[in-house]
Design a protein. Structure first.
Length: 494
């Protein structure tokens, strides 16, 4: 659905996104506490990340380097000097009552991200989304509201885990260049892919490593920007698209009924498919920004930026172009990039696998099985060497495609400890390709099905599929399909 179909004629949707990325450093932004996800609540905390009196922060150098790397990947301009500010507000999950962030001197400005969007006609459009700034800050703690709703309203009590306080966080703020939900979703997917490619974060939405806020407004085409609302903490690409669609239609309905849009922060209720008011939106003056007196300026001289630039990897757009140049379909190339499967693909091709075969297995069966098991490719233990061996076993007739899928499942079940050949041998998956044994089974099937044989001889060639199925059943799916077809046709037609 495009923005033209989403809103009435003459109206336009305007969206800007704020994406928060948790960096994958070993320690927090201002102290030496661990950043490991999933540890027992309130075990990775100290005087600094909980804001105890007299505790002094020290900036994490690796976090600054990673922020510069991502800024360069987004074509941004790196400031030679920037500094940290205190953003003052009270939330129970921010123990010191202010967040260390950046205000008027961010680390990165003037970036861009080009995304691909499939139109209603099936064609692919490239759209540029400008990036206003990328700045460094710290994450807050996490509140858990205990009750039926899982939200503050209606909760019996609230618990706070401060482990997340102080984890290095980057905020990537786009310009309001987005005009439809599809472009918003494409932007978030592409940014996530760039983050993963640079290695600065695992960008796992399910763990909160990347989170998205959407600023949404509507206006008559050609008029000034309308009043925006901010939808907080969208945790999936699908939720982003649904929330933007709903909010655009809600705002238009309010305006057409004579109402006024308020500048406010809203929550997206995934189960009900609606946005709800959280609070009236704060203005910049409400935060009372001022330079943090405990932290010095961050200096990024050109020689340091050049050194970091040498770490830039192949970025997703270039990777997709390279894969399509190898004959991989565009859709499969996108799946490989989105699932961080390109290193395994490259290893498989280097080990002798044909590019389109490797991509087909990875983008199809591998991604499907991992999704069913809620397992990452890295955790599966599957390597490019495994994939190359699997395709060789198919090419030399040892395994059929069906049996190869079972061998693949065995490799993943062993978390890579067993090779496809070892799984096939252990489970007896090798195809029956011995001509003598297969000929005996074919002769038995032909003899047992005179009516089907007569139909085939009369020109009903499709009926041979029924005989192939019986041979497969007799061999428990291990007959070589190509040889089976050859032998059946010879036995029937002479």
């Amino acid at each position: 659905m495009t923005s033209q179909a989403l809103l009435d004629d003459g109206w336009e949707l305007v969206v800007g996104l704020e994406v928060h990325v948790e960096l994958q450093t070993n320690t927090k932004m201002w102290c030496g506490c661990s950043t490991v996800f999933g540890d027992e609540p309130n075990t990775n905390v100290c005087e600094v990340c909980t804001g105890q009196p007299g505790a002094l922060p020290v900036a994490n150098e690796q976090a600054v380097r990673d922020a510069i790397l991502l800024g360069l990947a987004l074509q941004g301009r790196i400031a030679e000097r920037c500094r940290f500010h205190r953003k003052n507000y009270f939330y129970p999950d921010l123990a010191k009552n202010y967040q260390i962030s950046q205000y008027d001197t961010p680390l990165v400005t003037d970036g861009e991200l080009v995304v691909e969007v499939t139109g209603d006609d099936g064609g692919v459009e490239r759209r540029r989304v400008g990036i206003e700034r990328l700045h460094m800050e710290e994450d807050t703690g996490k509140s858990l509201h205990v009750g039926d709703t899982g939200r503050l309203h209606g909760a019996d009590r609230s618990l706070i885990d401060y482990n997340r306080c102080g984890i290095p966080l980057l905020e990537v703020v786009s310009h309001p260049d987005i005009r439809d939900p599809e472009t918003a979703q494409a932007y978030l997917r592409e940014l996530q892919a760039v983050v993963v490619a640079t290695g600065v974060s695992d960008a796992r939405m399910e763990e909160g490593s990347i989170r998205c806020d959407a600023n949404v407004s509507v206006r008559r085409v050609g008029e000034e920007l309308g009043t925006r609302t901010e939808i907080k903490n969208l945790n999936s690409v699908r939720s982003l698209g649904r929330a933007v669609r709903y909010e655009a239609q809600r705002q238009l309905a309010v305006i057409q009924d004579g109402g006024v849009i308020r500048m406010e922060t809203r929550h997206w209720d995934e189960s009900r498919g609606v946005t709800e008011v959280l609070r009236v939106k704060e203005s910049v003056t409400d935060y009372r920004y001022f330079p943090d007196p405990d932290l010095v300026e961050v200096l990024s001289p050109p020689q340091r930026v050049e050194e970091i630039a040498r770490r830039l990897p192949e970025l997703p757009a270039a990777t997709r172009a390279r894969l399509t140049g190898l004959g991989v379909p565009r859709e499969q190339a996108a799946v490989l990039v989105a699932n961080a499967a390109v290193p395994v693909f490259d290893e498989a091709v280097a080990a002798g696998a044909e590019a389109t075969a490797a991509a087909n297995w990875l983008a199809g069966d591998v991604v499907g099985q991992l999704a069913a098991e809620d397992l990452s490719l890295a955790a599966s233990g599957l390597t490019g060497a495994h994939l190359a061996e699997l395709t060789r076993l198919i090419d030399d007739g040892t395994l059929s495609n069906t049996l190869a899928k079972e061998a693949l499942a065995g490799v993943i079940a062993s978390r890579g400890a067993s090779s496809p050949a070892a799984v096939a041998a252990e489970r007896g998956l090798e195809q029956v390709s011995d001509v003598g044994e297969l000929q005996r089974i074919v002769d038995d099937v032909v003899a047992a099905n005179p009516d089907t044989v007569a139909a085939i001889r009369s020109g009903n060639d499709k009926a041979i599929g029924a005989l192939v199925g019986q041979v497969m059943k007799a061999t428990k799916g291990q007959a070589d399909p190509r040889k089976t077809n050859e032998l059946l046709r010879t036995a029937i037609h002479g």
